[in-house]
Ligand binder design. Structure first.
Ligand SMILES: [Zn+2]
Length: 357
């Protein structure tokens, strides 16, 4: 078994939201170039794989047929704005978005079949804001939700974890799985009051899904220390108790302090710790089965290195980044105090479902 698959195709560069849009094709070029520079893809334990195209039945695992039809029509006419402003499609976006969903599908299939231990899918457009019938926040189809639903509905799994470490709350993913305990959605993100308006501690799921949605919203400028405290004291113990059969990670690199879109303050070291912990959890509970699906991350100076760092942890390669958060970015004591309060609140909301000291 090869350890790690990196799923990528130049087709992902053909989704073009416009020259000033932060979700630019350049993001993926930077990431794949850094991976080539690192020479990871030449090693025995890491392989570059082409994605496949998701078909419309597969998109319908999560999305309404008339929404899929609408995206198709807009793209056939040459593209346009899909929502109230920041989600844009170009002529090729429908096809590219089907390949983005197909990249995530191929990743979970390859890992479940035992061909790879884990996989990192370098896809765009991203997915976690897209709901069953709407686009949102640069996202057209919800790639990770489609992959999770594929695992449940078509491949027979019953406990899939989606851990969302993008700086923004994955409103679409949460909504899609709000009523089920077969997919546990855990998200750590920045204060969601401005966008997307969901992701507060009291959103804990409904019906059978009660207790299977967990949100940790951090104040702006939250840095490594508090973020990792939340990870260690809430996220890890809850995952251990859930004992997932498969771990999916909505991977956004926009928590980094240099990110021009989001307002958190993590260093590369936090990403390193997070990925180490995720790989360990996957090893312990699901035979290593782990798929990371790219979401956001817009800092041209760091996204390449952070992607290589994530792959290095998944494939057990050495990769070092020299990165220290400059003092001026770090939040003050008030940020820390507010964050501590939020962690307490999250624990309170979840203490009847999970053992959290
Ligand atoms: Zn984001």
């Amino acid at each position: 078994m090869t350890k790690t698959a990196v799923i990528y195709s130049p087709i992902y560069l053909k989704h073009d939201p416009g020259p000033t849009h932060p979700e630019s094709p350049k993001r993926l070029e930077i990431m794949i170039n850094e991976l080539k520079k690192s020479r990871f893809l030449e090693k025995e334990d890491c392989k570059l794989l082409e994605p496949r195209e998701a078909n419309e039945t597969e998109l319908q695992l999560v999305h309404k047929a008339d929404y899929i039809e609408l995206v198709k029509k807009i793209c056939l006419k040459g593209g346009g704005i899909l929502d109230l402003g920041d989600t844009v499609a170009s002529a090729e976006s429908f096809k590219v978005a089907k390949y983005a969903a197909g990249g995530a599908l191929k990743a979970v299939e390859q890992v479940l079949e035992g061909k790879f231990k884990n996989a990192f899918t370098l896809v765009r457009p991203p997915g976690h804001h897209a709901g069953s019938y709407y686009p949102c926040g640069f996202c057209i189809f919800n790639n990770i939700a489609i992959a999770a639903q594929h695992l449940i509905q078509n491949l027979g799994l019953e406990k899939v974890l989606i851990l969302d470490i993008d700086a923004h709350h994955g409103n679409g993913t949460q909504e899609i799985f709000y009523n089920t305990n077969k997919v546990f959605y855990i998200s750590l993100h920045q204060d969601p009051r401005g966008f997307p308006g969901t992701g507060f501690p009291d959103e804990i799921g409904e019906g059978k899904g009660l207790g299977f949605t967990l949100n940790v919203p951090f104040p702006f400028r939250t840095s490594d220390e508090i973020y990792l405290e939340a990870f260690n004291s809430i996220v890890v113990p809850v995952i251990e108790q859930y004992a997932p059969q498969f771990i999916l990670v909505s991977t956004g690199f926009d928590c980094h302090y240099t990110d021009p879109v989001a307002s958190l303050c993590l260093s590369a070291n936090a990403y390193s710790v997070i990925f180490e912990k995720i790989v360990k959890l996957a090893d312990k509970y699901c035979g290593g089965k782990l798929v990371a699906v790219l979401e956001g991350g817009y800092s041209f100076s760091f996204i390449g290195k952070l992607a290589a760092l994530a792959v290095s942890k998944m494939a057990s390669f050495e990769y070092l980044i020299d990165d220290q958060v400059p003092e001026r970015y770090v939040g003050n004591e008030i940020v820390k105090k507010n964050a501590e309060k939020i962690l307490k609140e999250v624990k309170n909301y979840h203490s009847s479902f999970w053992n959290l000291d």
